[in-house]
Design a protein around this ligand. Structure first.
Ligand code: AMP
Length: 172
C-alpha cells in the first residue's frame, strides 16, 4: 500500500482553488502499482459471489474494469446524461452549484446480481449515494460500495445507506 501511496499525485487547486486533487493517473501508468491495485481490490471481494461491478464515469471505469476482470464478473457503466444509448434509469444529486445527473442502463442489473459499485475517490459522497440509489431500483441481491481512496475528513460515508458495506483501500 505504501508503494501505491507513493505513486498518488496531489494536484493543488484543481479543478478549483482550495481543492487538493488526488490524481490516480500516476498510479495507473505504473505497471506494478496497477497490478497491486487490481489484486488488492479483488481480495476484498473474493468470496462474495460478485456478478457485476458498476463503475462511475469516468475515473471509476478504470479500477471498476480491473476489479470486474479479476473477479470474473461483468462490468456496467454509470454515465453522465445522454451518453448511454439504450433505455436508462436516472438519478440526480446536489452539487455545490446546482444539480448533477447520472444514468444506468435499465437492463444492466437483475435481481440475481451481487453488485460492487466502484469509484476512484470518495469525497462528499453525493455521486456514490446517487449511484447506490440507481442500482437499488433494480433490486439486486446485495450491493457493496468500493473506492481506491477515501477522503475521511469529508465524511462521505454518512451520505451512504447503512445497509451497504463500504470499503476503501487508502484513507486520508
Ligand atoms: P463526491 O464529492 O464524493 O460526490 O465526488 C465527486 C467525484 O469527484 C467523485 O467521482 C470523485 O472521484 C471526484 N473527486 C472529488 N474530490 C476529489 C479529490 N479531492 N481528488 C480526486 N477526485 C475527487
Amino acid at each position: 500500500m505504501e508503494y501505491i501511496k507513493s505513486k498518488i499525485r496531489d494536484v493543488y487547486d484543481f479543478p478549483k482553488k482550495g481543492i487538493v486533487f488526488k490524481d490516480l493517473t500516476t498510479v495507473f501508468k505504473d505497471p506494478r502499482a496497477l497490478h497491486i491495485i487490481g489484486w488488492d481490490l479483488s481480495q476484498l471481494y473474493r468470496d462474495k459471489g460478485v456478478t457485476k461491478v458498476v463503475g462511475i464515469e469516468s475515473r471509476g471505469f478504470i479500477g471498476g474494469s480491473i476489479l470486474a476482470f479479476e473477479l470474473g464478473a461483468g462490468f456496467v457503466p454509470v454515465r453522465k446524461p445522454g451518453k448511454l444509448p439504450a433505455d436508462t434509469l436516472t438519478a440526480s444529486y446536489d452539487k455545490e452549484y446546482g444539480k448533477d445527473v447520472i444514468e444506468i442502463h435499465r437492463d444492466a442489473i437483475t435481481e440475481d446480481d451481487i453488485v460492487v459499485i466502484h469509484d476512484d475517490v470518495l469525497a462528499t459522497g453525493g455521486t456514490m449515494a446517487a449511484a447506490v440509489e440507481l442500482v437499488k431500483r433494480m433490486n439486486p441481491r446485495k450491493i457493496y460500495v468500493n473506492f481506491i481512496i477515501e477522503l475521511s475528513a469529508l465524511e462521505g460515508r454518512k451520505l451512504l445507506p447503512a445497509d451497504v458495506e463500504v470499503t476503501s483501500l487508502i484513507k486520508y
